[in-house]
Design a protein around this ligand. Structure first.
Ligand code: 1PR
Length: 524
């Protein structure tokens, strides 16, 4: 029986699923005594250091946790569960950590996008049971803006390179903690988890990797989901956001089945977009909750969910906060939520300078769950102008002239699935959302969506150059070559596609093989 410390923030469902997936049973901590009595304790931390320590103290878990950690019984900390072991963190000045390991937690101060999101390697610095059967060449999934800095080198288990060399794992006696997420690292992560849980596994020290580790470019499969006219929840796909063909909603398969298929093909992440999320469902009936719960039982890579994340009142007049909607999604197995229409309205209000602005959903969700959990989904379309000063927006010079030979354009933000254009450009939206706490941009493009013409490189460069958070390029992929193009002609960290995967034109593994052959760093 494995005891799991869930302090109520973020996606612990995946950790439970992963532990159960390797054949163990899980008991969730409900009191300090449960911690003291544990035989093996797993602590998956999600969210922000300050709120984590506040909750641990409020629930009277901090002292039992310190006592447990001194007993020498096995402990696995994940992500924030690693950082909690240290004395303090730059994320929450003045807040004390558990202090079991001397040292502190620092924010990345590097010339790269932060958060560090994606699949990176590890250099193994000491022997450990958790590496038994692994070569040391594998990649694991990271998502964090802070990293630990121990005082004593003896505790360093692994290091990773990302703009600097940082410590990505520690080991002290039976205490093991990793910055990466084994439960989100596919088969390799499950293997590592099994090693930790199985006391009979022998200590192993794979060969250290001589070269610095590299962050892989991510290939993401996207599933646009909605009810069809028969009331079934289906994966659909539009052409420039029109998902109907001869009046019927296109049905390309079942969300849970397709997600599993893409995971098995090597997708680095799965994104679900509830494309009718602008309608008002009672929260309990959100159709995607069940999809997430079922998917997270079999899919051990990050899951993002978008659609309908905003404050609203349902048809019975019951009011919901965006934070509550997001919380329900995280509890159901999501690692990140993506905000579309609401982000545009939030940015407009922010830019209008309204004095008594209340914290937006972006700020609220990122405060509790961390910046990395908040993705902004942008649905822009090109607006051509004859000259740069014809629009009060970020105008670019384009190689793709407009219908009247225009050489300039800006990218207009839309809401409600492209139905309504707003007086705001995509570059400004991305910048404002970064300021408010978003951790990643999902950059769609209505002009390219479903066309197979390739990504809009000009759009991606314009937005990517304007922000320091990671950008997911989306819309238009029609071949493996298009992924190569977007990864070599822009700095986008990841690329997302839907149609080519659903129509089985190019499977995910073929895209990754193509990229690997062309020397683009990917997770194999
Ligand atoms: O506004 O917060 O409720 O979120 C709604 C979400 O649903 C947004 O993220 C929005 O992008 C999405 N959405 C709304 N309507 C549609 C539609 O198609 N009618 N889908 C829609 C957007 C865009 C992509 C697509 C890529 C790749 N889908 O995610 O998957 O363009 O497609 P391709 O590879 O086939 O070209 P809110």
């Amino acid at each position: 029986m494995i005891t799991l410390l869930d302090y109520g923030a973020g996606n612990v469902r995946s950790v439970i699923n992963a532990i159960e997936g390797v054949g163990e049973r899980v008991k969730i901590v409900t009191s300090g005594d449960d911690i003291l009595c544990a035989e093996k304790l797993v602590f998956p931390g999600v969210g922000a250091f300050g709120s984590m320590m506040r909750i641990l103290n409020q629930k009277n878990y901090a002292e039992p946790l310190k006592t447990y950690l001194k007993t020498g019984r096995p402990f696995l900390g994940i992500c924030l569960g690693l950082q909690a072991l240290f004395e303090n963190s730059e994320e929450a000045p003045g807040v004390q950590g558990l202090g079991i390991i001397k040292g502190s937690v620092k924010r990345f101060d590097i010339d790269r996008s932060v958060p560090h999101i994606g699949w990176n390697g590890i250099n193994i610095e000491q022997s450990s049971r958790i590496f038994n059967g692994l070569s040391g060449q594998e990649k694991f999934y990271f998502v964090h803006s802070f990293h630990v800095v121990p005082q004593d080198d003896d505790v360093v288990l692994t290091t990773t390179n990302y703009g600097c060399q940082f410590i990505s794992g520690i080991q002290q006696g039976n205490i093991v903690a990793t910055q990466f997420h084994p439960e989100k690292s596919g088969g390799v992560g499950l293997h590592l988890l099994k090693n930790f849980l199985d006391s009979d596994v022998e200590v192993a020290k794979p060969e250290p990797v001589a070269e610095p580790t590299k962050l892989a470019k991510r290939v993401i499969a996207c599933l646009d989901v909605r009810s069809n006219d028969q009331g079934d929840l289906v994966v659909t796909k539009g052409d420039q956001y029109d998902v109907r063909e001869q009046g019927e909603v296109r049905n390309l398969g079942k969300p849970v089945d397709l997600a599993k298929q893409y995971y098995e093909q090597g997708a680095d992440e799965i994104t679900f977009l509830n494309i009718t999320g602008f309608r008002d469902f009672p929260l309990e009936d959100m159709p995607m909750l069940d999809v997430l719960k079922k998917t997270s039982r079999n899919v051990f890579v990050p899951l993002t969910i978008g659609g309908g994340i905003r404050d609203y009142a349902d048809s019975n007049g019951k009011k919901y906060k965006a934070l509550a909607v997001a919380a329900e999604y995280f509890r159901s197995g999501a690692d990140k939520v993506s905000i579309g229409s609401d982000a545009v309205l939030i940015a407009e209000q922010y830019l209008s300078g309204a004095g008594d602005r209340r914290p937006s959903s972006i700020e609220e969700i990122s405060h509790v769950y961390g910046n990395q959990a908040v993705v902004i989904s942008i649905d822009p379309r090109r607006m051509y102008v004859a000259s740069p000063d014809e629009a009060q927006h970020h105008v670019i010079e384009t190689d793709i002239p407009g219908p009247h030979g225009e050489r300039y354009c800006w990218y207009q933000c839309t809401i409600k699935g492209g139905r309504e254009g707003r007086d705001l450009d995509a570059v400004t939206l991305a910048q404002v959302c970064e300021k408010l706490g978003a951790g990643e941009i999902l950059l769609n493009c209505i002009d390219r969506d479903g066309t197979n013409l390739g990504f809009d490189i000009e759009l991606i460069n314009a937005v990517k150059r304007a922000v320091s958070i990671p950008v997911i390029a989306s819309s238009g992929a029609g071949s493996a070559e298009h992924f190569y193009e977007v990864f070599t002609e822009t700095q986008a960290e990841s690329a997302l596609a839907a149609g080519i995967f659903h129509r089985q034109e190019v499977p995910v593994f073929e895209v990754k093989k193509y990229l690997q052959d062309k020397k683009v760093e990917v997770r194999s």
